[in-house]
Design a protein around this ligand. Structure first.
Ligand code: F6P
Length: 339
C-alpha cells in the first residue's frame, strides 16, 4: 500500500513529530510526502519518505514537508488535478495534517471517495471534538514566558503593557498564557468589552500597583469598535483576514484617554516557531501512530483526537463543523485574577 502525507495551513510545533510517528508506525507501506500542502498536491511535488528522512525530526519545529494556505476547491480544476496526481503516484490513502481549513478540504475529498485520515493541528486549539491540538502547548509556553518577562519591565517603568497573541477568533492561547503568567487583564474574542470597561480595570490596577500587563488576543474586538483590527484587504484562500494591530490600537487609545504611559508588543509568529515542548512532541507522536493504524485498519474519513488521555478517532466532519471556543466558566475563572 502507498500512503501519502501532507501538512497544510500555518506551520506548528509538533508537525514533524506526527510525520515521524506515521512513518515509524508503518509495516510494509510505502510512504510518500507531498510538499507544500494542498498546493503541492495540485502541483505534483511528491517525494519518497523513508526512516532516514524522519530520524530525530520530532525535536525540530516547522514541517519538513513545507506548507501552504491553498484551497484546491477555489483553484480551477484543483480537486480534479489532485485526484489525478494521487492516481498517477498510485496513492492508496492520504493522511492530511492541518487545522480546520486543511481538514475541511480533507472532509470534502473524503466525501468524493478518497481514502483520507485527518490529524488536527493548530496553535489556536480551536478544532472541535479534540481536547487539544498539538502546537498549542508550545505556543502557550512561549506566550507565558514572554508575558513573564514583560512584567519586570512594565513594573520598572510603571507602564501599561499590551501583549498581543495569535489565535485567530479563539482566545485559548491568550487565556492560558495570560493565566499562567499572571496577566492583570486578559482580552479575548469570545468575551468583548467596551473601551470604558477596559479603562476602568486598568485604572484600578494602576492606582493600586502602578503597572499593568494585559494579554490581548489578535482577534479581540472592543464592543464599541465594531470590527477586528487587521489588514482587511489581505484575505486568504479560506476567507480569513490577516489579523494584527489591536494591541497597538488600544495602547494608543488608552494612553490618550488615561495619560498612563503605554506600550505594546506583538508576539506573532514567535509563538509557533522553534522546537515543540515535550507535551507536543508526545501528542504529535501519538496522533501520527494512531493515524497510521487507522489507515492500516481501513478506517477512513476519520480524524484522530485526544479525549482525556486517550487517542481516539472521530468522523472528520466532527472536527470541522464548528470552532471550539473558550467557554464562559473558564474565562470567569481567569477573571478572578484580574486587577
Ligand atoms: O492559525 C494559526 C495562526 O498562527 C493564527 O493564530 C494566525 O492568525 C494565523 O495563523 C497567521 O497566519 P500566517 O502565518 O499566514 O500569517
Amino acid at each position: 500500500m502507498r500512503v501519502a502525507i501532507l501538512t497544510g495551513g500555518g506551520d506548528c510545533p509538533g508537525l514533524n513529530a506526527v510525520i515521524r510517528g506515521i512513518v515509524k508506525a508503518r509495516n510494509e507501506e510505502e510512504m510518500i510526502g507531498i510538499r507544500r500542502g494542498w498546493r503541492g498536491a495540485v502541483e505534483d511535488t511528491y517525494v519518497e519518505l523513508g526512516n532516514d528522512d524522519v530520524e530525530g525530526i520530532h525535536l525540530i519545529g516547522g514541517t519538513i514537508l513545507g506548507t501552504s494556505r491553498v484551497n484546491p476547491f477555489s483553484i480551477d480544476e484543483g480537486a480534479e488535478k489532485i485526484e489525478k496526481n494521487l492516481k498517477k503516484h498510485q496513492i492508496d490513502a492520504l493522511i492530511a495534517i492541518g487545522g480546520d481549513d486543511t481538514l475541511s478540504v480533507a472532509a470534502k475529498f473524503s466525501s468524493r471517495g478518497l481514502k483520507i485520515v485527518g490529524v488536527p493541528k493548530t496553535i489556536d486549539n480551536d478544532v472541535s471534538n479534540t481536547d487539544y491540538t498539538f502546537g498549542f502547548h508550545t505556543a502557550v509556553n512561549v506566550g507565558a514566558d514572554a508575558i513573564d518577562r514583560l512584567q519586570s519591565t512594565a513594573k520598572s517603568h510603571e507602564r501599561v503593557m499590551f501583549v498581543e497573541l495569535m489565535g485567530r477568533n479563539a482566545g485559548w492561547i491568550t487565556l492560558e498564557a495570560g493565566l499562567a503568567a499572571g496577566a492583570h487583564l486578559i482580552l479575548i474574542p469570545e468575551f468583548p468589552r467596551t473601551i470604558d470597561e477596559i479603562i476602568k480595570i486598568i485604572d484600578k490596577r494602576m492606582k493600586l500597583k502602578g503597572y499593568a500587563v494585559i494579554a490581548i488576543a489578535e482577534g479581540f474586538k472592543p464592543t464599541d469598535l465594531g470590527s477586528v483590527v487587521g489588514d482587511k484587504e489581505n484575505i486568504d484562500a479560506f476567507g480569513h483576514i490577516k489579523l494584527g494591530g489591536i494591541a497597538h490600537y488600544l495602547s494608543e487609545v488608552i494612553e490618550q484617554k488615561t495619560g498612563y504611559e503605554t506600550r505594546s508588543v506583538v508576539l506573532g509568529h514567535l509563538l509557533r516557531g522553534g522546537t515543540p515542548t515535550a507535551f507536543d512532541r508526545i501528542l504529535g507522536t501519538r496522533y501520527g501512530v494512531k493515524a497510521m493504524k487507522l489507515v492500516q485498519q481501513g478506517d477512513f474519513g476519520r480524524m484522530v483526537a485526544l479525549r482525556g488521555n486517550d487517542i481516539i478517532s472521530i468522523p472528520l466532519e466532527y472536527g470541522v463543523s464548528t470552532k471550539k471556543l473558550v467557554p464562559y466558566e473558564y474565562y470567569k475563572l481567569a477573571e478572578m485574577f484580574f486587577g
